[in-house]
Ligand binder design. Structure first.
Ligand SMILES: C[S@@+](CC[C@H](N)C(=O)[O-])C[C@H]1O[C@@H](n2cnc3c(N)ncnc32)[C@H](O)[C@@H]1O
Length: 259
């Protein structure tokens, strides 16, 4: 696959330039969690959008894939869901454990690998801002499809492909799957990040190739109530594209067929 790089940052925490291995959440877990706990982008846009798409989750078994420090897991649990969280970062999981308690079902797992769950374990999977870390969505979506019951839903958000495409000059090939790199800056320290972008049709095709119905797309605005909290930044976020949200359902067997 083509690989392109850029120092132009996508939406997220403050960005700049610096060294070290990419996407090392262990090294900035506390800082990322603190930065995104109450901010406009995550607390009043990204997470509320996922929760609105999930709707009534009371009694549903929900996998929070890439759960991070667990803010979404906590909100889902508050709404009555039975939540399991997985994440690749031990540091992020430690924060999730601190938030959710010793009883919480939390597992260290990489979404590129087979998942440690039986078929049909979950009613819903939420995957908030994690799929853009993966070059190949195929094996991951197949696994998420496997652990969902028929009729179950995958509710996901990613960096919007139009944003990821537009941030680099000279522009990349929109039709290619390419990586792009930048730094997140927390408390004056730079942390290198690498995301993967792909065209919109490739995202939709990946869901259907993994056995989902074609996903519904959603481009919500931030929570209007956040305008009073962030009067200087609200209009900017509310009028530009940042993330793209999907709801993809697992087909139910046709009536009269087994399984
Ligand atoms: C942007 S954070 C989002 C966290 C959480 N979903 C939220 O919305 O607050 C991305 C998370 O994905 C995790 N992650 C990145 N790549 C992953 C992978 N291949 N497998 C599992 N988790 C991964 C990171 O460790 C991090 O906790």
């Amino acid at each position: 696959m083509d690989t392109a790089h850029t120092s132009h940052p996508p939406a997220g925490p403050t960005r700049s330039a610096g060294p070290a291995g990419p996407n090392d959440y262990d090294s900035f877990a506390e800082a990322y969690s603190a930065d995104t706990e109450h901010n406009l982008l995550n607390a009043h846009y990204a997470r509320p959008a996922i929760l609105a798409l999930a709707g009534d989750v009371a009694g549903r078994r929900v996998l929070d894939a890439g759960c991070g420090a667990g803010p979404l897991s906590a909100a889902l649990r508050d709404r009555g869901a039975l939540v399991t969280g997985i994440d690749a970062s031990a540091g992020m999981l430690a924060l999730a454990r601190r938030r959710l308690g010793d009883d919480a079902a939390l597992h260290q797992a990489d979404l590129s690998d087979p998942l440690p769950f039986a078929d049909d374990t979950f009613d819903d999977v939420v995957a908030s801002l994690v799929l853009h870390y993966l070059e190949d969505w195929g094996p991951t979506l197949a696994e998420l499809r496997r652990v969902l019951r028929p009729g179950g839903r995958l509710i996901a958000s990613v960096e919007h492909p139009f944003v990821a495409y537009a941030i680099q000059q000279p522009r990349p090939d929109y039709y290619a799957t390419t990586s792009y790199s930048f730094d997140w800056v927390f408390n004056g320290r730079s942390f290198p990040m690498t995301f993967w972008r792909r065209p919109l049709h490739a995202m939709i095709d990946a869901f259907t190739a993994a056995g989902f119905h074609p996903p519904a797309l959603s481009e919500p605005r931030p929570d209007p109530a956040a305008r009073a909290l962030f009067p200087d930044d609200f209009d900017d976020l509310a009028t530009k594209v940042s993330f793209l949200f999907f709801v993809a359902e697992v087909p139910r067997p046709a009536a009269g067929t087994d399984g």
